[in-house]
Each structure stands twice: as structure tokens, then as C-alpha cells.
Design a protein. Structure first.
Length: 502
């Protein structure tokens, strides 16, 4: 066992709305994936500090036709991960469709196709509970006012134990409007402990809120409440929304997010104990910790979700997600290394935010340098490919084929309110149709672009500050595209994708 310390955040990137479960000596975590595919990331740890990405539970979003185009803030919201009856279960809310669940015998699958458990607008943040003492099953969920006109309340149902059907019309079991000072109550996680039904639920908004705990002797209430984690005099704004997990030796821990602008929702680990009055105490007497002694678990080697990729055989690692359900032939496999992306024709080539064929991964939460080699294997005038920082505003640097057949280094951007991109620097010749692209990301997600087209790295354009979407952190992206037209427009090959600490 170890007495070493860890430092928060333990996942320093946008692993939004985390939930966690222990099975034996293993811990598993999932998070929101919104409109990206594959969705429902699955992370694994043995010590709650070092995590690796082991797969996804959702290959494509459904109904498929709804996600043929980017819907960056829609799709999979705030999933709950549980283990029951020798199966893993994930429940989530799609704010435009309703509550879904999938399940699998092993964390790596095979996962069932999504089952719509409750249809409706604005149904979000569902969490199941199987009461092992009584055999009863329950579900609690929150509401999105943008779709339903309802917010700040939690609704409870009885559920069939096989997770296929709700057994009643539902009842409001916690009404945040009746609790002085509380607003935007959401994200409930449901547990049984010490003879009580417990709901851990945040309130107060993602940037400024707090973590609440509720308890009742009966599932349908009445519940009493307490604030159990808040910013206090720390620099961790809005610490809330996550899951409680107990180690095999009986230690309690709580994983939650912190909203950090363009970096999204990074994940913190808080110690947890049960006070003499039976209520949970999180962090340092209710304030988030920055450094703390590691959980009393066997030491593990340092680990984090992968970022670098050589794309062996043309395959991309599991850290990558498309901005919508992928189309056939966007990435082709081959015998060597390197990602070969088809230059997909699109009438929206002027706006990366509208393209489904951007291959993305999360923006790291600390200063770093991102690099990739690019070769433009297309003679199509207007065909282009590059490395992007994608959010409500975007910037990218890459290569474009001119009408005269020459290749040019281009650097373009669009403000959040702009409908089309503009040049961020004057184009210059790339004689070999190759470039090494670089983005240096400093404090405040300020991005400096540069490229080497054979004469050394040269800076390009002014500093660009990455921006989030409404609920999603900024993304790094690789893209190949061409103007609308007929016929195959060629491809682009990316090699040696690297992210290094700055």
C-alpha cells in the first residue's frame, strides 16, 4: 500500500459529468460524449488516480439520421454507470429524445443497442438503483428547461428490474424551488446506505454551483438536504456532479467535475467520510482538496488516456471521435502507418463546425504543444486538410491545393458569430505538398500556430484563444475536405501525431 499523494485534477481534460463504479478491484468511469461518435467513453483504473481509456459503449448515436450532422451540445448527456446482475449498465438522457440504457456482460462489451426507457423532451441525468434487500428497482432523473420548461426538480420512478420499463407515471421527489437558495438542481446519483435512500445531486450551475446530498427513509421522500461540497476559499469553482465509490477496504471517495472554460469539465477526486450525524463529508470538511494522500490501494504506474498516435495500418486510437456518426470510407486502412482521410466533399467546407467528418480528441488541460505531419494526396482544386482547434470559434492550419496544382500552406479561423472562415495569415507555397503542423497551447487556452514546409518552423497569424461550445470543451481535430462536386477528391495522410507538455 502507498502513502504517496495525488494532485487534482486526476483527469485534466473534458471528461464531463463523470460517474464511477467499482467491480472487484477495478474502477470504471464513464462521461458525457454529447454528439460525438463513438460515444460513452469507458475508463479503467486500479487506484482512482491513474486512468486509461479502454473503449466506448455506444458505437453510433441513434436515431442515426439525427446525428448524420454535428449536434455538438446534444446527444449523450450525463450518463450513470452501474453494475448489477453480473452486467454493466449505463443510463443517459438525450434532451431531445428521452432516457436510454445499454448494458453488457463485460466493460469492453458487447453492449446492447440503445433502449429508449422513457420518451420525452428535457429528460436528463437519469440514474438507476437496484435495492438488493427488496429486489425493487428505481430510477431518478432531472429536467432540462430548454426542452421541457421544467428545471430544478428531480423525478422518481419505480422500474422493472430488467431495466426495460418504468412502472409508474413518476413523482417529483425533490423540488429545488422549495429549498431556499437552491437553483438548477440536476445530475442526481442514487444510492442506498445505512438504511437511507441517498441522492447526491449538484445545484447552482456548472460554473458556480455546489454538491448536495439528500436522504430519505423511503424512495419517494420526503428528503432532507445538505450542501456537502462547495468552493469556499479554494480556486476550484463550482465543484460538483459526480459519483461516490467505496473501495474493497471500505474507503469512500467522490469523483466530480470542475468547469474550466475551453478545457471543459476536468475531473477531481475527493476523499469522503461519513460524519457522526450520518451525513457524508467531502473533501477537506466540505472544501475541495488540491493535494491529498492517495487511496489505500496497491500502487499503480502513472497512466492517463492516450493522446499520441502513429495510426498503424491507418487505424486511429480509441481517443478519437468523429463530430457525428461516421460515414463510409472517411478513413481507409492500409499496410503502413498514417491516417489516410478522404477529402470529403461538402457545401460546408467554409465552416468546420458544420462538418461531421472532423476526427477529434479532447484539448489537454495544461500547456502543451500539438504536432502532426501532413501530406496532401489530392490534385483536386480546393481540396484541403489540416489540424484544427474546434469550438464555438475555430482555427486551423494545413494545406490546400490551388487551381494551378500548387499546394499552399493556409491558416484560417472563424469567430463564434462568423458564418464562414477567413484567412489568419497569408497563404504561402508548400512545394512538396507536405507540412509539419504545430499548435502551441499556453495558459488560458491561447493557441499559437506554426508550420514547417521544408524551411523550418515559422509562426503563422496572431494568437487564437480556444473557446468551448455551450457544454463541451474545445477539441483538437484532423480534417480533410473538398468543395462540393462530383467524383473522388483524393485524400490526405497524417502521421506522427504528438502532444507534449510545454
Amino acid at each position: 500500500m502507498t502513502s504517496e499523494t495525488y494532485r487534482n485534477p486526476v483527469l485534466d481534460a473534458d471528461w464531463s459529468d463523470p460517474d464511477v463504479v467499482r467491480v472487484g478491484d477495478d474502477f470504471y468511469l464513464t462521461a458525457s460524449s454529447f454528439g460525438r461518435a463513438p460515444g460513452l467513453p469507458l475508463l479503467h483504473s486500479r487506484d482512482l488516480v491513474n486512468w486509461t481509456l479502454v473503449g466506448h459503449a455506444l458505437e453510433r448515436l441513434e436515431p442515426a439520421e439525427e446525428f448524420e450532422r454535428p449536434r455538438h451540445d446534444c446527444g449523450v448527456w450525463a450518463p450513470s454507470l452501474r453494475y448489477h446482475d453480473e452486467r454493466f449498465w449505463i443510463f443517459w438522457g438525450d434532451p431531445d429524445q428521452g432516457i436510454f440504457q445499454v448494458n453488457a456482460p463485460e466493460i469492453r462489451g458487447p453492449w446492447t443497442r440503445p433502449h429508449l426507457l422513457k420518451a420525452g423532451k428535457g429528460l436528463i441525468d437519469p440514474c438507476p438503483l437496484w435495492d438488493e434487500d427488496t429486489g425493487e428497482a428505481y430510477l431518478v432523473h432531472a429536467w432540462a428547461k430548454s426542452r421541457s420548461g421544467i428545471k430544478n426538480r428531480l423525478t422518481g420512478h419505480r422500474m422493472r428490474p430488467d431495466g426495460t420499463e418504468l412502472l409508474d407515471e413518476g413523482k417529483v421527489i425533490v423540488d429545488g424551488d422549495r429549498i431556499p437558495g437552491w437553483f438548477t438542481l440536476e445530475g442526481p446519483k442514487l444510492y442506498r446506505h445505512d438504511g437511507w435512500f441517498w441522492i447526491f445531486a449538484p445545484a447552482g450551475g456548472v460554473e458556480t454551483g455546489w454538491q448536495g446530498a439528500f436522504r430519505s427513509r423511503g424512495f419517494f421522500g420526503p428528503y432532507e438536504e445538505r450542501i456537502v461540497l462547495e468552493q469556499k476559499d479554494t480556486d476550484v469553482n463550482g465543484p460538483h456532479q459526480g459519483g461516490w465509490v467505496r473501495t474493497a477496504s471500505g474507503e469512500d471517495w467522490f469523483l466530480h467535475f470542475q468547469q474550466r472554460g475551453a478545457y471543459g469539465r476536468v475531473v477531481h477526486l475527493q476523499p469522503m467520510r461519513w460524519g457522526p450525524d450520518g451525513w457524508p463529508v467531502l473533501g477537506d470538511d466540505g472544501a475541495p482538496v488540491a493535494v491529498h494522500e492517495k487511496p489505500d490501494l496497491p500502487p499503480q504506474p502513472p497512466a492517463a488516456p492516450a493522446t499520441d498516435d502513429d495510426f498503424p495500418g491507418g487505424r486511429y486510437g480509441r481517443q478519437w471521435q468523429w463530430t457525428a456518426n461516421p460515414g463510409d470510407g472517411w478513413a481507409t486502412q492500409h499496410s503502413g502507418d498514417g491516417l489516410r482521410l478522404t477529402c470529403v466533399r461538402s457545401a460546408d467546407a467554409h465552416d468546420l463546425r458544420k462538418l461531421p467528418n472532423v476526427l477529434t480528441q479532447r484539448l489537454p488541460g495544461t500547456p502543451c504543444t500539438v504536432e502532426v505531419d501532413l501530406r496532401l494526396d489530392s490534385d483536386e482544386p480546393g481540396a484541403r486538410a489540416g489540424l484544427a482547434v474546434l469550438g464555438d470559434a475555430f482555427g486551423w492550419i494545413g494545406l490546400q491545393r490551388g487551381a494551378d496544382g500548387t499546394a499552399h500552406l493556409v491558416h484560417r479561423f472563424a469567430e463564434a458569430v462568423a458564418e464562414a472562415e477567413r484567412d489568419a495569415a497569408h497563404p504561402r507555397l508548400a512545394p512538396e505538398g507536405r507540412a509539419r503542423l504545430r499548435i502551441e497551447i499556453g495558459a488560458g487556452a491561447r493557441c499559437r500556430f506554426s508550420a514547417d514546409v521544408g524551411d523550418g518552423f515559422r509562426p503563422s497569424g496572431p494568437v487564437f484563444t480556444a473557446t468551448p461550445w455551450r457544454w463541451v470543451g474545445a477539441l483538437l481535430g484532423l480534417v480533410a475536405l473538398a468543395p462540393a462536386g462530383q467524383g473522388h477528391a483524393g485524400a490526405a495522410t497524417f502521421t506522427q501525431f504528438r502532444i507534449s507538455a510545454s
